[in-house]
Design a protein around this ligand. Structure first.
Ligand code: GLA
Length: 405
């Protein structure tokens, strides 16, 4: 009896503390979030009409079926704060209000996301969250928000971990499970502290629709696909279920040729990156739709092991990337970065590797794998024979390797 009382007190003490404990909502992003966001295509040109139409398109086009869930309005939906400090949506562009829009998105079987920023103003100069975190979080919860992207403009000397933790706590206190997407661009190494704060964190500055470019925007650079890819080096060990590296949203369908879009999408799948489409879903070319909905590529991205892929080798501007998948499977993708096509000769025997992060071994001397080309949707051959292929410029060869029964 005495021992039990002794135990009971500390347990009661801990239980009393529990609700005060800083935490994020757990388990909201066991696999990388999939959705759509307005910024890459529309920037500030957002309205409830367009957002509704994008939700319709997501539901009707096959994207929802492929796993896309979130419809996220980025910057510029907000114009001011009222006399009590509550955020005011643009009355011209969102005449029915945000709650009605969230309800509409939910009625399509989708989830609804919104954007704000940790600083005094958003990156587009709209009212942001600083000093209003708990008030805004309550408002988002009342509106039925499921996902919050939180930016890092106009933050002066603010401490990133603290600022994002304040918003995390505000969301938690508001009580509605909301995926928390940290958009801090990697400035303060969010991979070191982000897992306790949010479900995903941007690792770089903004992407733009160019495969191999860098654009000087004055006080910051926008990055092409390859530039962003290279910046992921060394970060894979920080990602996993419920806490993902975010190399920024997709530019598929925003003007790059189909081979570059395909390579971009494939690499984001290999990185276990959030798949947030950034194109106009209302009029997609068949190529764009086929890329965004490729089942095998998405399965690589959404694999429940939640292990980010790694670069295994690089030769003549062709990189070989590998990603361990559940059930002993592997994804092996070759990316041709060069401006000309390249012939490759994959000698599986020379590709033995043990990934210390996932504790998975790839060794074709011990185990034979069957091969499926995920873009040709073709099964054939196995790892007993070397594989020869030609990869066009800025394109990929991506294979799923699975056990031979
Ligand atoms: C930053 C973000 C972008 C976008 C804009 C909005 O640049 O990184 O993704 O949200 O702000 O103003």
């Amino acid at each position: 009896m005495k021992i039990q009382t002794k135990l009971l007190l500390p347990v009661l003490f801990l239980l009393a503390l529990y609700p005060l404990q800083a935490q994020k909502f757990q388990g909201l992003a066991k696999t990388p979030p999939m959705g759509w966001n307005s910024w890459n295509k529309f920037a500030c040109d957002v309205s409830e009409k367009m957002i509704r139409e994008e939700a319709d398109a997501m539901a009707a086009s096959g994207l929802k079926e492929a796993g896309y869930q979130y419809i996220v309005i980025d910057d510029c939906w907000q114009v001011s704060r009222d006399s009590l400090g509550f955020i005011v949506p643009d009355p011209q562009r969102f005449p029915s209000g945000i709650k009605a829009l969230a309800d509409y998105v939910h009625s399509k079987g989708l989830k609804f996301g919104i954007y704000s920023c940790a600083g005094d103003k958003t990156c587009a100069g709209r009212p942001a969250g600083r000093g209003h975190e708990y008030q805004d979080a309550l408002m988002y919860a009342k509106w039925g928000v499921d996902y919050l992207k939180y930016d890092w403009c106009n933050t002066g000397k603010m401490n990133a971990e603290e600022a994002y933790s304040t918003m995390r706590d505000a969301l938690f206190a508001a009580g509605r499970p909301i995926v928390f997407s940290l958009c801090e661009w990697g400035n303060n190494k969010p991979w070191l502290w982000g897992a306790a704060v949010g479900h995903l964190w941007r690792t770089t500055g903004d992407i733009y629709n160019c495969f191999d470019c860098k654009k000087n925007n004055g006080n910051w650079f926008a990055n092409g696909v390859l530039q962003i890819l290279d910046m992921q080096n060394g970060l894979r060990k920080f990602a996993g279920p419920d806490h993902w590296n975010d190399p920024d949203m997709l530019e598929v369908g925003n003007g790059m040729p189909a081979n570059e879009d395909k390579a971009h999408f494939t690499m984001w799948c290999m990185l276990a990156a959030p798949l947030i489409a950034g194109n106009d879903l209302r009029n997609m070319s068949p190529e764009t739709k086929a890329i965004l909905t490729n089942k095998e590529a998405i399965a690589i991205n959404q694999d429940t092991l939640g292990i980010q892929g790694f670069k295994f080798a690089a030769k003549d501007s062709v990189e070989t990337w590998m990603k361990p998948l559940c059930g002993g499977k592997w994804a092996v993708c070759l990316l041709n970065r060069s401006k000309v096509s390249r012939s490759v000769d994959l000698d599986w025997k020379s590709m033995s590797v043990t990934d210390s992060l996932s504790q998975r071994e790839f060794n074709t001397s011990k185990e034979i794998f069957k091969i499926k080309d995920i873009w040709q949707n073709k099964e054939g051959g196995d790892t007993r024979k070397p594989l020869k292929a030609v990869i066009p410029t800025h394109d990929v060869l991506c294979l799923k390797l699975y056990r031979k029964e």
